[in-house]
Design a protein around this ligand. Structure first.
Ligand SMILES: NC(=O)c1ccc[n+]([C@@H]2O[C@H](COP(=O)([O-])OP(=O)(O)OC[C@H]3O[C@@H](n4cnc5c(N)ncnc54)[C@H](OP(=O)(O)O)[C@@H]3O)[C@@H](O)[C@H]2O)c1
Length: 356
């Protein structure tokens, strides 16, 4: 490979990949070139690709017709800059393409972050456009970069989901049942919600029950094929991270009127259209940037950043024992990890981190 590369995936067949040699992108006035240094891949990235058209995730990093660059979270470094206030050598956390480089047009620059104000990103949700400078990030810890790579956007979602539930008195539920309970987003939320009032029940695949129980952040873990173990007399809110229509239907049948809330958070089970059956009445979407916007208004950004950082620092000692970080290097490794995570064969204990 040359110094610059990209890993493109077919939008209509996410297992079809193309590793391309690219030229290092030039920058002009007002722009900066970032080099992608270290990123993670989880089911969340597969969801970005799966929902790439519907939710415009393909629009962040445009490439050739019919192909997409999968958005990935991690660290990058400013390697050249013609933008005011952004200097070469700055290390940032943010949203990167599956490629060696990203050219940004920094806007709203301050010492803590800048956003990519490029025109094609202007209409996309702002949290994805923000690059956080590590030296002014209350959640940053150089010793724990891998955990931030894997968990930051997921735990932010966990935090915002827990906050939204608390903010709404858990919608009157005395039980919170969460699917794909073995996923990082789900168990982060369970960590925050356990002991707050409602019973925390994790729903997972039979093969992931033991792992999910071992975390200790669920009061009870129920396999997808044992929904009869759920108490149908208690008002229950369903936090749906799996996005499976079949599971949702079976839960509705089991709980009847005691299913008081049905919120889609994710689509780990990869049903096209984003968790089939969503048109059915009573289902709502949870989108972390919406609750983030509300809390930025209520508390201000600085307080939100600090509260998130405090929650993160409480979470880290636990999560360190829940995940085995598996390091990889280079674009070929990225391709292999992408295909593995896409296939759903990764153990929930594994956290893939790739350096370039
Ligand atoms: N709404 C939002 O704002 C928001 C924000 C962040 C993330 N999310 C979503 O939350 C979900 C979880 O993401 P994550 O990165 O935390 O996941 P992760 O840790 O990589 O989750 C792994 C788990 O997902 C399930 N899974 C993964 N691939 C599968 C497949 N091919 N078939 C069946 N099950 C599969 C399995 O759980 P089980 O066996 O327990 O089902 C597996 O143990 C994603 O859909 C993500 O997009 C939503």
């Amino acid at each position: 490979m040359t110094d610059a590369w990209s890993l493109a995936v077919r939008r209509d067949d996410l297992a079809k990949t193309e590793l391309r040699d690219d030229a290092v992108p030039e920058i002009g006035p007002g722009e900066a070139r970032l080099r992608v240094d270290r990123i993670g891949v989880t089911a969340n990235n597969v969801t970005y690709a799966l929902m790439g058209d519907a939710m415009h995730y393909w629009d962040f990093f445009p490439t050739t017709e019919g192909w997409g660059l999968v958005p990935l979270w991690g660290f990058g470094e400013v390697v050249a800059s013609q933008a005011d206030g952004v200097t070469a050598g700055t290390r940032v956390y943010g949203y990167f393409p599956s490629a060696s480089h990203l050219v940004v047009r920094p806007g709203a620059v301050d010492e803590t972050r800048f956003k990519d104000a490029s025109e094609h990103r202007a209409k996309l949700p702002s949290p994805y456009n923000s690059y956080t400078v590590t030296t002014h990030d209350p959640a940053y810890d150089a010793e724990r970069e891998d955990l931030l790579i894997l968990f930051r956007p997921l735990f932010f979602t966990s935090y915002m989901l827990a906050d939204e539930l608390e903010d709404n008195d858990y919608y009157g539920a005395s039980v919170l049942a969460m699917s794909s309970a073995s996923s990082k987003t789900a168990y982060g939320a369970a960590f925050l919600l356990q002991g707050q009032g409602p019973e925390m029940v994790g729903l997972t695949s039979p093969g992931n029950v033991a792992f999910t129980e071992s975390l200790g952040c669920y009061d009870r873990v129920v396999a997808y094929d044992r929904l009869d173990e759920l108490d149908d007399t208690k008002p229950t809110a369903y936090l749906d991270v799996a996005g499976s229509a079949d599971l949702r239907d079976r839960l509705r049948a089991r709980l009847g009127d005691n299913l008081v809330r049905d919120v889609v958070v994710g689509v780990t089970h990869q049903e096209s259209g984003g968790g089939g059956g969503l048109a059915a009445s009573g289902t709502t979407f949870f989108f972390a940037p919406n609750q983030m916007r509300k809390r930025t208004g209520d508390w201000g950004r600085t307080v939100l950043d600090q509260r998130f950082a405090d929650a993160w620092h409480r979470f880290v000692p636990s999560v360190e024992g829940w995940v085995d970080v598996v390091p990889h290097a280079g674009p070929e490794a990225l391709r292999a990890v992408w295909l593995e995570v896409l296939s759903g064969t990764s153990s929930p204990r594994v956290g893939h981190v790739i350096s370039f």
